[in-house]
Design a protein. Structure first.
Length: 146
């Protein structure tokens, strides 16, 4: 993917439910969007509160999504509807084993006339602890849309 992608604004909302407590977050990032056949790719960089940056590459295919993060935090999390996947989350405080069970993936690609949306509902076990329910909603707004 040497070709430059289309500029987009990415709105990322997430919620984590842990024993009845819900933690929510919302972030916005500028990024790039690529399409090649049945493969859609989002690329953006986020700045942490600690001043370090993390590069994010999200690959979207039918029935499968991959989130690769590199930098101060690194992981390659795979989402496959109805399946359990495993990976390692590495950050400055150490590494954690992640077991992800994906319930649903819903995706509509962005166009110049309408925003795109990726929603993933899943559970995660970190280092074998009790699982927590997660939901990620990624809204992709093409520059010039609306």
């Amino acid at each position: 993917m040497t070709k430059q992608g289309r500029p987009v604004m990415i709105e990322l909302s997430s919620s984590i439910e842990d024993n009845g407590t819900v933690e929510k977050s919302h972030m916005q990032h500028s990024g790039e969007f690529f399409q090649k056949g049945k493969l859609d790719v989002l690329r953006y960089e986020e700045q942490g509160e600690d001043g370090f940056s993390t590069k994010n590459l999200i690959t979207i295919q039918p029935e499968k999504v991959s989130i690769k993060r590199t930098g101060n935090v690194s992981m390659n999390q795979q989402f496959q509807q109805g399946q359990i996947t495993e990976n390692m989350l590495k950050h400055p405080y150490g590494s954690m084993h992640m077991e992800t069970s994906t319930q649903t993936i819903s995706y509509d690609a962005p166009t110049i006339k309408s925003e795109g949306c990726l929603t993933i509902e899943y559970t995660v076990k970190l280092n074998g602890q009790d699982e927590r329910s997660h939901e990620i909603k990624l809204t992709i707004i093409e520059e010039g849309a609306k």
